[in-house]
Design a protein around this ligand. Structure first.
Ligand SMILES: *[C@@H]1O[C@H](CO)[C@@H](O)[C@H](O)[C@H]1NC(C)=O
Ligand SMILES: *[C@@H]1O[C@H](CO)[C@@H](O)[C@H](O)[C@H]1NC(C)=O
Ligand SMILES: *[C@@H]1O[C@H](CO)[C@@H](O)[C@H](O)[C@H]1NC(C)=O
Ligand SMILES: *[C@@H]1O[C@H](CO)[C@@H](O)[C@H](O)[C@H]1NC(C)=O
Ligand SMILES: *[C@@H]1O[C@H](CO)[C@@H](O)[C@H](O)[C@H]1NC(C)=O
Ligand SMILES: *[C@@H]1O[C@H](CO)[C@@H](O)[C@H](O)[C@H]1NC(C)=O
Ligand SMILES: *[C@@H]1O[C@H](CO)[C@@H](O)[C@H](O)[C@H]1NC(C)=O
Length: 367
């Protein structure tokens, strides 16, 4: 017969047998509440009269250990063992739960199977989680308000969080603690302390649960630095200046580069087109001389509205002509200018350019 079968059958057998045999023992003292850390052991006492025969321990209603005066203890799991202490008053039977788990929490009952007599207590298995302050050492300036975060992870139940500055507790109104349920029935807490230091101090965050002999703690040093005000300021200023200078210099460099490129490009183009362009200019000035009108000559001599650079003309003609509205509706150049402008006479098809954008073709050439 297996150990487990024996364990199940024995109480049944004895339960049926004992009242018939007329045993009349009783529980003198029951167990008391216990709170332990997960992984450690929990102990419960049940004291019975000297003529005891059998005692059954139940955890949340399930039998976990059966102890008989004749055969000792039998249980389904090695985690549950028993110890006996005999005195003149009676026998104290101690249940030891090894390597406690969260699921062991609950009702622990000792039953003597006599007239349904039993006593019970409660076991609370707690978990000592982790605690840390997220910020490392902080340096604060005068009138600077800082928020310091302390995080507790993986606790059962959620720990009580308190704060200390140097050696005195901080008022609860200075911090806010939020609790959240993590996985596996564990709890997390995040406490945020808001303070405006006036001196260098050690801040301590404490997390407490009943099972811990002392609260767990985490600390951070807050260094109050008066001199830091000017130093940081001047250093910041220096850095800012360096950055500004670098930006300005690089910007100037880019502008200079663009100007140089523009000058080179312009110089090259002028050289290429120079001869053809100058022919045209000469024709224009010849006609103007014929007209002999001093006013007109001054105006058109200084502002040649008909001039268009060669390449722009070519591309704009192709794309622009198809979408051109009737000439008359959009013609904005004054009539007098058109009459006296000599360019259309030289190249009549260029008139279309006026419609595209008169502003674009206001290139100034000095003759
Ligand atoms: C034992 O624990 C239970 C549940 O936590 C509680 O109701 C009871 O008052 C406790 N008994 C003693 C004596 O502390
Ligand atoms: C149980 O009783 C024994 C003997 O009196 C004692 O040594 C032991 O500490 C008790 N255990 C508990 C959990 O009270
Ligand atoms: C609780 O956990 C902390 C951090 O892991 C550890 O330093 C401390 O010793 C533990 N306390 C107990 C009572 O086990
Ligand atoms: C800090 O606050 C006090 C009172 O408001 C003020 O007198 C002092 O000049 C402040 N210091 C700085 C560095 O801003
Ligand atoms: C401290 O850490 C928390 C969380 O990381 C952050 O929100 C807070 O701003 C930090 N406080 C300071 C003064 O750096
Ligand atoms: C806290 O302690 C530090 C040194 O441990 C000390 O310099 C500082 O003055 C103390 N602050 C307060 C407010 O007592
Ligand atoms: C913080 O915990 C350590 C041991 O982990 C202990 O020596 C120290 O006294 C504790 N500090 C406070 C303020 O409780």
């Amino acid at each position: 017969m297996g150990r487990f079968q024996k364990f199940i059958l024995l109480p049944l057998f004895l339960t049926a047998l004992l009242p018939g045999l007329g045993f009349c023992y009783s529980v003198i003292e029951g167990p008391t509440n216990a709170t332990v850390l997960a992984g450690s052991e929990a102990r419960f006492n049940c004291t019975v009269s000297l003529d005891w025969v059998i005692l059954i321990w139940l955890s949340n209603g399930s039998p976990v250990l059966t102890v008989t005066s004749a055969q000792g203890a039998i249980g389904p799991s090695d985690r549950f063992t028993s110890q006996n202490y005999t005195s003149s008053n009676g026998v104290t039977l101690e249940l030891i739960i090894h390597n406690t788990q969260l699921s062991d929490s609950g009702k622990i009952e000792c039953s003597i199977q006599q007239f349904g007599e039993s006593r019970f207590a409660f076991l609370s298995v707690q978990v000592n989680g982790s605690l840390f302050i997220k910020n490392s050492t902080l340096t604060v300036k005068e009138n600077q308000t800082v928020e310091i975060a302390c995080e507790a992870l993986g606790w059962a139940p959620a720990p009580d969080i308190t704060w200390m500055r140097n050696d005195s507790f901080i008022d609860k109104s200075s911090y806010v603690t939020q609790e959240s349920q993590g996985s596996n029935g564990l709890h997390n807490a995040l406490s945020i302390l808001t303070l405006t230091p006036t001196d260098t101090e050690i801040l301590t965050c404490l997390a407490d649960i009943e099972a811990l002999p002392d609260p767990q703690n985490a600390t951070v040093a807050v260094i109050f630095d008066n001199s830091a005000i000017e130093n940081d300021y001047s250093e910041d200023n220096k850095n800012t200046w360096v950055v500004v200078l670098a930006v300005v210099l690089s910007f100037l460099g880019i502008v200079l580069l663009i100007v140089i490129i523009a000058v080179i490009v312009r110089y090259c183009c002028l050289k290429k087109k120079g001869s053809a362009y100058q022919d045209e200019i000469r024709k224009v000035s010849a006609e103007k001389k014929k007209a002999g009108d001093l006013e007109n000559r001054q105006r058109h001599g200084s502002e040649n509205q008909g001039y268009i650079p060669e390449e722009r003309w070519n591309t704009e003609e192709i794309s622009g002509i198809s979408s051109l509205p009737p000439m008359s509706s959009k013609f904005t150049v004054p009539a007098a200018d058109l009459h006296t402008s000599s360019v259309p006479k030289v190249r009549p098809q260029r008139r279309t350019e006026y419609l595209l954008s008169p502003k674009k073709i206001r290139n100034v050439t000095l003759v």
